[in-house]
Design a protein around this ligand. Structure first.
Ligand SMILES: N[C@@H](CCC(=O)N[C@@H](CS)C(=O)NCC(=O)O)C(=O)O
Length: 282
């Protein structure tokens, strides 16, 4: 299949299909009728760098790549991949290195932070609104997801990332209580409100088509259901559109295939969304 995408800066790409060589055309905008065409051929493979064994923050990026049918490799899950990932972060040569995964390598460019990666990929994967106002709004929503994810993580690690959960269990219990009481309703209520305001037939948070933010909201609900099943069973009736969106995304053919594949990693007690029964509401 051939898909053509134009951006306002004049950059276009022709994708010749999943996991195939592609031809990139760069239309350098010199004026309305003066587009200069430069050809470049190469393998269009995104490299995603994220810890093996957990869906984690990498999953927000993975879902977008999967939904777009993009050609990518999950580097750390391949032989020698962990060493490559660590080397990227420790690189002492000139240039900025990422502080932590996830990061994405596209050619020479390395993009860090899940929300920033999605901002970068959004247009390229046709999973973002069309205009600048839309990109920025999508990015704002994604940053709110980033904030929420950090708070979800802090329910089991409220004192220190490098400490064991067992060494901060008392604080975790207090933190989780406050999370259930205030923070989860605040964030889920916020996202639900955005879905209500944007209701145009199918459920999407922005406009009338799927964006990477919808995919991330799907993952958020999945993770919360895993980590806090009792809380979510009680809370979900308050967020009917988030529930519908989750079900809608799950049925997208590419997402469905991905969820059934071995590329999808199961939630577990090493990631962000962890199930500790004592931190769930009884
Ligand atoms: N703001 C970053 C956070 C990245 C992050 O915290 N990555 C975790 C894994 S999910 C990590 O490896 N952290 C190492 C550390 O903080 O020392 C994002 O949203 O991508």
């Amino acid at each position: 299949m051939v898909a053509i995408r134009d951006w306002s800066n004049g950059l276009s790409a022709i994708y010749v299909g999943r996991r195939q060589r592609c031809l990139r055309l760069f239309l350098l905008a010199c004026g309305p009728n003066e587009a200069r065409i430069q050809e470049e051929s190469g393998v269009m493979t995104y490299e995603l760098y994220y810890w093996d064994g957990i869906p984690g923050r990498g999953e927000f990026v993975r879902l977008a790549l999967e939904q777009a049918g993009a050609d990518y490799i999950d580097v750390a899950r391949n032989d020698g991949g962990m060493a490559r990932m660590m080397a990227m972060m420790k690189n002492k040569t000139a240039g900025v290195t990422p502080l932590a995964p996830p990061f994405l390598k596209d050619g020479e460019l390395v993009v860090s932070h899940a929300a920033n990666i999605l901002l970068y990929l959004g247009n390229r994967l046709r999973l973002a609104p069309e205009d600048e106002a839309g990109w920025v709004t999508a990015h704002g929503l994604q940053l709110s997801i980033t904030d929420f994810v950090a708070e979800i993580h802090d329910t089991h690690h409220p004192i220190g990332v490098s400490l064991y959960y067992e060494d901060q269990k008392d604080e975790a219990l207090r933190r989780a209580e406050n999370f259930h009481e205030e923070r989860l309703p605040k964030f889920l209520g916020y996202f639900e409100k955005q879905l209500v305001k944007n209701r145009q037939g199918q459920v999407h948070v922005l406009g009338d088509t799927l964006t990477y933010v919808d995919l991330s909201l799907f993952h958020l609900v999945e993770g919360l259901r895993y980590a806090f099943p009792s809380t979510m069973t009680a809370a979900e009736p308050n967020y009917p559109l988030l529930v519908v969106l989750n079900a809608q995304v799950r049925e997208l053919p590419r997402i469905k295939a991905y969820l059934d594949s071995d590329r999808r990693l199961a939630f577990n007690e090493k990631g962000i969304f962890r199930y500790y029964p004592e931190l769930d509401r009884s």
